[in-house]
Write a new protein. Structure first.
Length: 466
């Protein structure tokens, strides 16, 4: 993998995961006190304003991958500007890096975050309100913290979340299965339970890289993306593309830049080791039917016409290819730790960008369905920002969402979540809070982007767990 590609993948994947107690003394810092230490081996960071307003925000980070090194800091919000604003306005902030730090450490997070909350209440004081916030993998952690601990949290902010992690792994398997079957049907590439993860990863990468050089190869990558309802919008700093060629190119960025690397053979040992086996399956899946339901169907048809490829023949090949089964205990593991139930013991506010292909917006729709079945729909509000990229919110949007959730916790009633009102409130915060990272830039370039909440109905998640 080239250096620039490795940097790109690091940015993407880092966003889509002594004694029992040690601590350093609290220190004064610009109007707040900082506490750092470890609880049962999990590092934590806490900041408490000298004029604390009584609200604590417990933040859960996303996925970190060990091969690309330990994060430089413990994050207390999705954006650093959000952290500063919250502290300056009296909010206390806390976060654990979870035991082990790396990988799909959801099981550890659900224990370590509660241990940190216990420590805070015993050491700093009992908050008047406790909110839990998280992004990407941290979003399902935040939701499940509230579900598993009724009465401990007064509200949940879940940003760019994968609420059905098992469904994501199934969808990723669909895409990689299509790539292997259509681009390298005779290659010895293990998509699950890999005997040689690095070799399998290298072989699949080589096949996909070669396919990108031809119209026919790009058409088959488009088909893989459509099976996962991956949008044709990836670049946060650019408007949503309209030309089919541009949409295909940006959809391919997601397929090759997120799923090939984040869910490929090289990523399998970590999740399979945690789950006790392979948690994903495509047994009984009809890909012709799945494509027919996909919002990417028209784009696939365009790509196949341009490439002079027979779409029906490729769908026949997918139908005839041997399927992959999951290990029951591994599925049960994800069901227990990484799939939200939607029980809403406290109010939940979700946020998603409309062009998110790392955690597709259908995840939010799926979570809303679970709340309607198992919880109280009146406790849920769902918001969307018109922008490409995964978790590509600016601080203004994050701050307004946290203020909205705080208001719900304080008053017992939701304030308006009309997109125009949210956009106006975020705009009023000023230009200092508008920076958005470009995940597909190797240097992680940031650019000021205006807040832009919007009305949006996501497509259905293609492979829901239930």
């Amino acid at each position: 993998m080239t250096s620039s590609r490795r940097t790109l993948v690091t940015v993407l994947v880092a966003f889509l995961l002594g004694a029992l107690f040690t601590a350093t003394p609290a220190s004064a810092e610009e109007g707040w006190r900082t506490h750092e230490g470890a609880i049962n081996g999990a590092d934590y960071l806490v900041k408490v304003p000298k004029r604390w307003n009584g609200t604590l925000v417990l933040y859960s980070h996303g996925l970190y991958v060990e091969k690309w090194g330990k994060p430089e800091r413990i994050w207390l919000a999705t954006r650093p500007e959000t952290e500063t604003w919250l502290l300056e306005h009296g909010y206390a902030l806390a976060a654990s890096n979870y035991k082990g730090v790396f990988g799909h450490a959801i099981e550890e997070a659900l224990t370590d975050q509660i241990a940190l909350l216990d420590w805070f209440e015993a050491t700093v004081g009992r908050p008047r309100r406790t909110l839990t916030s998280g992004m990407s993998m941290g979003a399902v952690i935040s939701v499940k913290l509230a579900e598993n601990n009724p009465g401990r949290f007064d509200g949940v902010l879940a940003q760019c979340g994968e609420y059905d992690t098992k469904g994501t792994w199934n969808s990723a398997l669909d895409m990689l299965f299509a790539l292997k079957t259509l681009l390298a049907p005779d290659a010895d590439i293990d998509l699950v339970r890999p005997r040689d993860p690095e070799a399998a990863q290298a072989a699949l990468e080589a096949v996909v890289t070669e396919a990108q050089k031809t119209e026919a190869g790009r058409a088959r990558i488009a088909l893989a993306g459509a099976l996962g309802t991956i949008p044709g919008w990836a670049l946060a700093h650019e408007p949503e593309p309209t030309a089919p060629a541009d949409r295909l190119a940006q959809q391919a960025l997601w397929v090759t830049g997120a799923y090939l690397y984040g869910y490929g053979p090289d990523a399998r040992p970590e999740i399979e080791g945690r789950a006790g086996g392979n948690p994903s399956s495509n047994t009984g899946i009809d890909y012709r039917r799945q494509l027919a339901r996909s919002t990417g169907l028209d784009l696939v048809r365009h790509a196949y016409r341009a490439g002079g490829v027979d779409l029906g023949a490729d769908l026949d090949r997918l139908a005839a290819a041997p399927r992959i089964s999951a290990d029951t205990q591994a599925e049960a593991y994800l069901d227990r730790y990484a799939v939200a139930r939607g029980t809403t013991p406290s109010p939940v506010l979700t946020a998603h960008t409309t062009g998110d292909g790392g955690a597709v917006a259908g995840q939010a729709r799926w979570y809303g369905d679970q709340v309607r079945r198992n919880g109280d729909p009146g406790l849920l509000r769902q918001t969307y920002v018109s922008r490409g990229g995964h978790c590509s919110f600016n601080a203004a949007e994050e701050i307004v969402l946290l203020r909205t959730l705080s208001s719900r916790a304080d008053t017992g009633h939701w304030p308006s979540t009309d997109p125009r009102r949210l956009t106006a409130a975020a705009t009023d915060l000023g230009p200092a809070y508008r920076l958005v990272p470009e995940l597909f830039d190797p240097q992680g370039k940031e650019k000021a982007m205006p807040p832009l909440f919007t009305r949006f109905t996501p497509p259905a998640q293609p492979r829901p767990s239930r």
